[in-house]
Design a protein around this ligand. Structure first.
Ligand SMILES: [Mg+2]
Length: 264
């Protein structure tokens, strides 16, 4: 993947979710070339771009391959909160360590304060649901539900229980849910990028399709918010009730449609 030359002047930042918003694995063309053409033009006008995904870095690198990315994004936010820049022409990525250290410190505090909540959730999932409890290296804890309907039931239980725990954040996407410190999600990582680039909120564009994108579609995070035509209904409702644009087209074509709506 090429790394594009850094623009002389930064005009703003464009943030894309990956799965569903750009990448549609069920389609013959998983990511339409017109997306790259549109981005390359906007990039020449000084718009930097980021992928904000729930995927891990390694899983995202696979996604870049599968969708034949011709050039890399300026930023990659993996697992909703690890911020990377394409470091060099050999394709190595650099994690922003100061931000990551803050995350590690806050997460240690979260784990201590919320241990009762995590225990309670684990017991509930194992005893009362068909869902799976997961604990992965570097992640506090998570759930894989047996169906989207089951996830709705679990989400209601979680909302009720977390009222007594101030630090619990919930990242949810279809049958997946992860628990995290409430200050680390797609919204705060995008705000951190804008802060570093000194880009005001009016010049932040954000688009997604799933529940975990709602954090970055908040008007405090992005002045231009959108979702693709294949988004979850909850996301469409959120975007239209916050003055955003709901694209008709799906995946990367929907993303291009939204870019044209705001920036053409
Ligand atoms: Mg998605």
């Amino acid at each position: 993947m090429r790394v594009l030359d850094y623009p002389a002047e930064v005009r703003g930042i464009l943030s894309f979710d990956f799965d569903g918003t750009l990448f549609l694995p069920e389609n013959e063309v998983v990511l339409e070339p017109v997306f790259y053409e549109t981005i390359e033009k906007l990039r020449q006008d000084g718009w930097l771009w980021a992928i904000n995904t729930g995927r891990s870095l390694l899983f995202m690198l696979e996604g870049f391959e599968q969708s034949s990315f011709p050039f890399s994004p300026d930023f990659l936010v993996a697992r909703e909160r690890e911020i990377y820049t394409p470091g060099d022409r050999f394709g190595r990525w650099h994690r922003l360590e100061d931000w990551h250290e803050n995350y590690m410190r806050d997460t240690a505090h979260f784990m201590k304060e919320s241990a009762g909540f995590i225990d309670l959730m684990k017991q509930y999932i194992e005893d009362e649901t068909a869902a799976q409890w997961i604990e992965e290296e570097g992640d506090p804890a998570g759930i894989i539900a047996s169906s989207e309907d089951e996830m709705i039931v679990i989400a209601e239980f979680v909302e009720e229980q977390r009222k007594s725990y101030d630090l619990v954040g919930v990242l949810r996407n279809s049958i997946y849910m992860r628990f995290t410190h409430k200050d680390y999600h797609k919204g705060t990582s995008l705000q951190e990028l804008a802060r570093r680039l000194q880009v005001p909120v009016e010049r932040v564009f954000a688009i997604g399709d799933g529940h975990n994108d709602i954090d970055k579609l908040h008007p405090d995070v992005a002045g231009m918010i959108a979702c693709v035509g294949n988004s979850q209904q909850e996301v469409k409702d959120y975007v239209s009730s916050h003055g955003g644009y709901v694209a008709k087209a799906h995946g990367s074509l929907g993303s291009v449609e939204a870019l044209n709506y705001f920036l053409a």
